[in-house]
Design a protein around this ligand. Structure first.
Ligand code: PMP
Length: 315
């Protein structure tokens, strides 16, 4: 669906996946006016299809659009478009244990601009594709490289919103780390290179003496929806939870660390390498705090437990 200078979203329709025609001078191609979201539809054990907190993705898009000077669809319009896309692709939602249907809402400036200014037209679209489980046999440990050369976000920048622009600067760091045998990259603050921010596509938590801490999702860190769930769950399970600056030395000394995100759900950190020093987190899988959260979320997403929080939406 499209929005032009009148600020109104005009009704869109379902179309087969195909090419998108945009002007070479489109705002998104020249000045990066683009935001996306990522969510998954899961098949339940009794054959239903469930979305997980889609209204949270809608709210995050609205928040990001304000920073990127773009109009955004309302929560209802966003959720309705996501539901329609899942409904139209229901046969592609894989059975339990075989993955999920990844849904990608995208908001881009498609109007022509030459000088740096707002695009006169915006397009909101949703596409979907089946994906396998991130880890084939339950959550596997992630091996992180703490990045010491490249930064993901700067103060006053766009690190805290899900704009397409944030993913270009991390590609080089990510590809280099993968070549070196790491699973992913953990970014530190760009100023002091001392405080944890996040991993390329997930948030990070540390556990020490039953206290769970995670960097504040302000400014540079994306407020992950899985992160938000874990903060709520941890509190309800009686853990002390802290959102604050987390020094990289605290991570190296933690009892446990884990990452959260739509793709990884909740995955334990197996090792962290920082300036040549490698710390292994080898505590037994069943005792991990992260395994409690992983089970809780996946049971809910697959419909194996009753949803008392209203976090799932049936399609
Ligand atoms: N940080 C970044 C940079 C991400 O791309 C993602 C994935 N959306 C996350 C964190 C985790 O967010 P969520 O739990 O909403 O998937």
């Amino acid at each position: 669906m499209k929005c032009d200078t009148d600020g109104e979203w005009h009704r869109g329709q379902l179309e087969p996946f195909g090419l998108l025609e945009v002007s070479p001078s489109a705002g998104v191609l020249n000045y990066g006016q683009g935001i996306f979201e990522g969510l998954k539809a899961y098949r339940t054990t009794d054959g239903r299809s469930l979305l997980f907190r889609p209204e949270e993705n809608a709210k995050r898009m609205i928040f990001g659009a304000e920073r990127m000077c773009m109009p955004a669809p309302s929560v209802d319009t966003f959720v309705d478009a996501v539901k329609q896309t899942v409904l139209a692709n229901k046969r592609w939602v894989p059975p339990v244990g075989k993955g999920s249907l990844y849904v990608r809402p995208l908001l881009i400036g498609t109007g022509p601009v030459l000088g740096l200014s707002k695009s006169p037209e915006y397009t909101f679209l949703v596409y979907a594709a089946p994906v396998g489980d991130y880890f084939k046999e339950g959550p596997a440990p992630i091996h992180l490289k703490v990045e010491s050369m490249y930064s993901r976000a700067v103060h006053g920048g766009t690190g805290g919103v899900k704009t397409i622009c944030n993913y270009a600067p991390v590609l080089k760091a990510q590809l280099t780390a993968k070549k070196e045998g790491f699973t992913d990259v953990l970014y530190l603050d760009a100023l002091e290179r001392k405080y944890l921010e996040e991993v390329s596509s997930c948030n990070i938590f540390i556990v020490k003496d039953n206290v769970i801490a995670t960097p504040e999702a302000k400014g540079c860190v994306l407020p992950g929806i899985t992160r938000k769930c874990i903060l709520e769950l941890a509190q309800s399970l009686g853990y002390k939870v802290e959102e604050r600056k987390v020094d990289v030395d605290e991570l190296m000394d933690a009892d446990e660390a884990f990452c959260t995100g739509t793709a990884v759900v909740v995955s334990p950190v197996g090792s962290v390498t920082h300036r040549g020093t490698r710390v292994l987190f080898s505590n037994s899988g069943v005792k991990r705090v992260s395994s409690i959260f992983y089970k809780f979320l996946t049971d809910l997403q697959m419909g194996r437990t009753a949803d008392t929080r209203g976090w799932t939406t049936e399609v």
